[in-house]
Design a binder for this molecule. Structure first.
Ligand code: GSH
Length: 221
């Protein structure tokens, strides 16, 4: 059976977790605590970069959440979650990459910086631009690039659903708000929803990682 290395608070692992559940692919979960177990030699064989998520399917190992999602889509094509029509496919890829490259850095600022800081004000402005862009891409289809759930909805949904807990009100973006409510009604999303303790644990991890990176950068100056 497909092995899935994950942690429930990891956004990258949650992308894959939701894809597995939405596609109803049977899997064996392997919980990584990320308390140092990712550096153990046993896991280094699975992923030399010490990250989750990883899947091992029929002896084939895949790392990197987006690559894993593509692999799952191709190997388990029903229900289809990646449109092939050029504009729809481009929409899915744009949403996935804009989420990773534009939205997540702002989420990190909202978690790490002081609420009244200029960094948080800037992050909120950038998020406003992203949510307007996503509103346009959503159009009237219901989901990104399709009338059915796509891999883009999963990637964007994980980020966007965390925004109300970080002081961004989705009701200012009615289409995105409606879409996020539809996502939350789905059984897979209910099942993987973070409790408030888990969300606090996620925030704590983000803060620790940012501190570590800044300390390293200061040392290298
Ligand atoms: N680009 C990778 C990023 C994976 C990643 O950073 N995973 C984090 C959890 S969200 C992790 O394993 N962190 C453990 C560590 O860095 O030690 C992906 O999309 O899969």
């Amino acid at each position: 059976m497909l092995k899935f290395y994950y942690n429930p608070v990891s956004p990258n692992a949650r992308r894959v977790w939701l894809t597995l559940l939405e596609k109803e692919i049977p899997f064996e979960p392997v919980l990584m605590k990320l308390n140092g177990d990712q550096f153990q030699s046993e896991f280094a064989i699975v992923n030399p970069f010490h990250h989750i998520p990883v899947v091992v399917d029929d002896g084939f190992r895949v790392v990197e959440s987006l690559a894993i999602m593509d692999y799952l889509e191709s190997k388990y094509p029903t229900p289809a979650m990646l449109p092939s029509e050029p504009q729809a496919l481009a929409t899915v890829r744009m949403v996935q990459l804009v989420t990773g490259n534009e939205l997540f850095p702002q989420i990190i600022s909202l978690i790490y910086e002081r609420e009244d800081s200029p960094q948080v004000a800037q992050a909120k402005q950038h998020i406003d631009k992203i949510l307007q862009f996503f509103t346009e891409l959503l159009g009237d289809r219901g989901f990104f690039g399709s009338q059915q759930l796509t891999l883009a909805d999963i990637v964007a949904g994980i980020g966007i659903l965390s925004l109300p807990n970080l002081g961004v009100n989705l009701s200012d973006y009615p289409k995105i708000n409606e879409w996020s409510e539809l996502l939350m009604q789905r059984p897979a999303w209910q099942k993987t929803k973070l409790s408030s303790e888990e969300f606090e644990a996620f925030k704590g991890r983000v803060r620790a990682i940012v501190r570590l990176r800044r300390n390293k950068a200061n040392k290298n100056k």
